[in-house]
Design a protein around this ligand. Structure first.
Ligand code: ADP
Length: 357
């Protein structure tokens, strides 16, 4: 069955699920779109405050109805818009709290995503974290790019992650950031093959079983594109918002639009769009060249109705510094590239002042 047919079939089957008040779930305006991926089906049910407990059985029933149609795909149904319903559900034998929950000790989470790989998402995540730190905040960074972890290289982390006696990970302390990456637990250059559920469980563990201490903001470097890892993370964790990194080329923007579309459907707040490799600054004269016809992301942000957060130049200092584990915000704090990251961090904080609280 094609994905769209499967989504439609599940939606009609949800007509058999009664919601409080007597109407059926399929015609309930709070039912989100039904998202189908190769291994999962996800949808959300928006619930008015105070109605969470009443919707608990609706969620259970919706889950069962969807599972009958979706075969081996994992079903993820979340209740949004209110507090999580009481009581744990069980996944792979381990209790998993239902609904979106906060990570203890972490006040805010910003995730950095992109439509595809190679657009500078990880570079942006690292420098954005450092730029937020430069605004006086306590910041951590989590590499959720389990298939291609690049944080150890970007931050120059050579040592393996320590595990405390109680089994909790001790994050790396680097340039003042608390940093965690699966890359620091694997044998170097080893290819990782994750089955979907393992990847989501691993990310959950990295996020929730790390001694982050007290952080104002945790920056999460997401895997590129859209997949199960994103869906489970967004359904299980309270995320303040996502920033999307894109290059000026149209193709990357088309991919970015897909990612944005998914976030909207999962009801995750969008903090805005960042254009990376936007313009070139001649090292000798300092002249700016818009070699890719920059401005694409800014226009796209306007069209998509989300804030444009700023542009990052294409400069050798970024590539060289990143390859050497010396992020530009630290290595060349007065350089134009560091300034670009600082401006973006300031823009995010001024658009969403609650991030400082
Ligand atoms: P992604 O996380 O999207 O896969 P990376 O952050 O790993 O992308 O960046 C891909 C490559 O591009 C890296 O070699 C990085 O150093 C380089 N890069 C990223 N942004 C810039 C930039 N603004 N100027 C020059 N090189 C960049």
């Amino acid at each position: 069955m094609a994905d769209t047919e499967l989504a439609a079939a599940i939606k009609s089957a949800l007509a058999a699920v009664e919601i409080p008040g007597g109407a059926d779930l399929a015609s309930y305006s709070g039912l989100s779109e039904i998202i189908v991926t190769p291994s999962a089906v996800a949808f959300a049910i928006a619930v008015a405050p105070g109605m969470e407990a009443a919707f608990g059985p609706v969620r259970e029933q919706a889950q069962q109805v969807a599972q009958k149609i979706a075969g081996t795909r994992k079903i993820m149904v979340s209740l949004t818009g209110g507090k999580p319903p009481a009581g744990p559900t069980f996944s792979h034998g381990k209790p998993v709290p239902a609904g979106k929950t906060k990570v203890p000790g972490i006040k805010h989470i910003i995730a950095v995503g992109s439509g595809k790989g190679g657009v500078g998402k990880s570079t942006t995540a690292v420098n954005l974290a450092l730029a937020l730190q430069a605004e006086g905040l306590r910041v951590g960074i989590l590499d959720a790019d389990l298939y291609g972890p690049s944080l150890p290289k970007l931050l120059g982390i050579d040592d393996r992650t320590a595990i405390r006696d109680d089994g909790i990970f001790a994050p790396h302390d680097v340039f003042g950031l608390k940093a965690m990456s699966i890359g620091s637990m694997l044998v170097k250059d080893q290819a990782v093959v994750w089955r979907g559920p393992m990847a989501t469980a691993a990310l959950r563990q990295l996020l929730r079983e790390t001694a982050w201490g007290d952080l104002d903001i945790l920056v999460i470097d997401l895997p590129p594109g859209t997949g199960d890892i994103h869906i489970s993370l967004f359904q299980q964790t309270e995320i303040d918002g996502v920033v999307i990194v894109s290059t000026p080329q149209d193709l990357a923007l088309i991919d970015a639009k897909k990612a944005i579309d998914m976030l909207r459907r999962l009801q995750v707040p969008l903090l805005g769009l960042i254009e990376n490799m936007s313009y070139f600054i001649a090292p000798d004269t300092g002249t700016r060249y818009d070699i890719f016809g920059s401005g694409g992301a800014e226009k796209a942000a306007t069209t998509l109705g989300m804030p444009f957060l700023g542009a990052i130049p294409l400069v050798m200092a970024i590539r060289e510094g990143s390859d050497a584990g010396q992020p530009p915000v630290i290595a060349r704090p007065t350089g134009p590239e560091a300034q670009a990251f600082r401006t973006i961090a300031q823009q995010i904080l001024s658009n969403t002042p609650t991030l400082r609280n």
